[in-house]
Structures are given as C-alpha cells and as structure tokens.
Design a protein around this ligand. Sequence first.
Ligand code: NCD
Length: 308
Amino acid sequence: MEQSLKGKNLIQPTDFLIPEIDALIEIAIKISNKLPSYRKVAEGKLLATLFFEPSTRTRLSFEAAMLRLGGKVLGFSESASSSTAKGESLSDTIKTVSKYVDAIVIRHPKEGSAFIASQSAEVPVINAGDGGHYHPTQTLTDLLTIKKEKGRLDNLRIGCCGDLKFGRTVHSLVKAMGHRKNNEFVFISPNELRIPEYVRTDLEKTKSVFAEVTDLNLFIKDLDVLYMTRVQRERFFNEEEYLKLKDIYILDEKKMELADKDLIVLHPLPRVNEIEVGVDKDSRAKYFDQAQNGMYIRMALLKEMLGV
Ligand code: NCD
C-alpha cells in the first residue's frame, strides 16, 4: 500500500482515502485466497475489543481476524463487566487499555464516543459502531462484497431499505459510496425513519443523486444493490412506535421476482423479520457471504493499521 495506514484511527467512513480503501479491498481479496499464509503476520500483537453494546459479527469477526493473523485478543462484550459499571469515564478506560494493547476496537451506544476514545488513546482506535452514527468497518465489509459481486464501486444504483434514521450501517455506506463516481441512492423508508439531515447534506455536497420513497415494490426493479436493514429497536424512545414500524418492509420471494437478475441483496445482519428465510436460497442473496467478507477485510485493516 502506498500511503501507510499504520497508527491511524478509523472513526468515520471517510477517514481513509479512496485509494487506501481500494488497496485494503485488494489485500482482503488476497487474504481470502491464501488465508494460511497470513497466520503469523501479527504475532506478538494484542488487540482489545471493548463492546459496550451487543454484537455477534463485528466482535467475533474482529477477534477471528486478529487470531487468524497470529495475534491475540482481550476485552469485554458488555459494559456491566467493565469498570464503567463502577462509574469510570470512557476516557479513563481507554487511557488504561492503551497501556496494555496495540490497537483498540470500540462499540458504544453514544454517538461520537469512538472519536472521544481516540482523543484519549495512545494506540489506534477503530470505531465498531457509535450509537446511530457510523460503523465504518461494516462499510468496508459492504464495499468488499459489492466489489466482489458487481466488479465495481461506482455507477451503481443502491437502494437502502428500512430504518434509515437510526441505521448506522446505512449512514456509513451512503457516506462512503457518495464519494465515488455516479452512484445513485434510493432511500426506501416510512416517513418516521427517513435518513437524517446530516446524511442528506453530505450527499448534496458530493452532488449525488438520491430519492426518498416509501414503496419497495415500486423501486426494487431499478436497483443494482438492495441494502436491507433491521428496525433499530434499541434506539427508539417509545416501544409503541417501534411496534408500529417493525414489520413495515419484508423482503420475500414474491418481491424478489420483481427485481433484476443481477441485483444483489445485502444486510449487515442481524435480521429480525425484514428478509424472509425463503429468500436465503436465492443466488442474489449475499448477506452471509457479506458476513464472511467482514473477517477478511478486518484482517486487512488490522494488518495495515498495525503496520505488520
Ligand atoms: C449492525 C450494527 O451493529 O449496526 N450490525 C452489524 O454490525 N453487523 C446492524 C444492526 O444491528 O442492525
């Protein structure tokens, strides 16, 4: 890689330049083709995974990535088991953990928390999700999957469907893809769950074409990528509102019949009801491949950030 990512933080999806992201994708593809030859790359290095919010894929794929590189991992998967439960500030936790490890991965329910963490850290910090804000390593995962499946990261019409208000994976993906050439976005959501103002403002800055609509059936046929999302129950202030909106879009086999034969369906997972299990056998459903790509791209990311 020409520009080095060694020692850098990854807090926002655009913290890395497009050539740096493209290089990471290439490294991830190489790793996926030759996994065993990377097994000693991070020997002697230690990664902390600090998860103040639930996770399956992100935490385990980071841990698998570090272990497959020959490094080691420590951390916690709920804030109740850390000193936060005793009232310690995030900043003090990070200062302390910095003394033990070579890099920190953090997920936290508060927007901006990963940035705050990076201010106190003496080692690189990776944002694994800060509230409803951003989730840049999910975006790297999504970009790797789109690149593998469509062969390009530009000139795509991308539909994002579901909870576009609280879905940090959508905010991050849109920010990253909006910086590439000729991508268009169709945002499919109920009025209550429209994309936030700051995402819209970003798209206006990059002069990206986008539309906000409510009907999935009407627009599915025009898409290259359909990015489905879960309604983010934990971010609602009111359970009644969640119950009203939770099953608003359900992708089923009938809707898939309306779509292009080259469409790909992505989902960051976990899924609740928004994709029927019957869709899984459709060759256009790529969400479990996407989860696997998450490990490869995190291997590439750790390798480069640790400079090993
Ligand atoms: C996503 C997240 O945590 O934002 N999950 C993930 O990291 N793969 C999506 C979600 O929780 O809905």
